[in-house]
Ligand binder design. Sequence first.
Ligand SMILES: C[S@@+](CC[C@H](N)C(=O)[O-])C[C@H]1O[C@@H](n2cnc3c(N)ncnc32)[C@H](O)[C@@H]1O
Length: 159
Amino acid sequence: MNIKMVTVGKLKEKYFKAGIAEYAKRLGAFCKFQIIECQDEKAPESLSEAQDLKVKQIEGERILSKIKDKEFVILLDLRGKELTSEQLAKKIDDLSTYGTSDITFVIGGSLGVSPEVVKRADMSICFGKFTLPHQLMRLVLTEQIYRSFMIINHRTYHK
Ligand SMILES: C[S@@+](CC[C@H](N)C(=O)[O-])C[C@H]1O[C@@H](n2cnc3c(N)ncnc32)[C@H](O)[C@@H]1O
């Protein structure tokens, strides 16, 4: 199973890097895991609606260029569906059982993602109504993917 995370913007903070590296290492026992960073588009603090859309579209093109047709895309979006850890684990397990070996999670930039990325997504999920910074979202998602494999493999990690 190949699990990919496509993200916008750089991971800067050492403490996020360390946490993600730890879960990525653990994930190595269950899947090939990779994180792809797309460059974020510089934008002024206050944007018109058209400028906001333009920034998201430029970032969206960068995101979509990293995704192949065969990949099952799970978008992280505040407007997405809330899942439990067990439901995410079941989704990953079902996809793998029924022949999908490439799952790609997408984390957007500071403005979110373009309509084109929303359209490409096979599923959109939400981690609650709180907006998380993209670097923290990356860490939380990596842990939840690891948790999914613990659940799938009936390990004691998940309580
Ligand atoms: C700083 S947030 C941008 C939020 C943006 N204002 C919006 O309304 O979509 C950056 C990215 O982190 C992810 N994200 C942040 N909080 C999230 C949450 N609670 N659930 C799902 N994804 C989240 C999304 O992928 C989002 O595009």
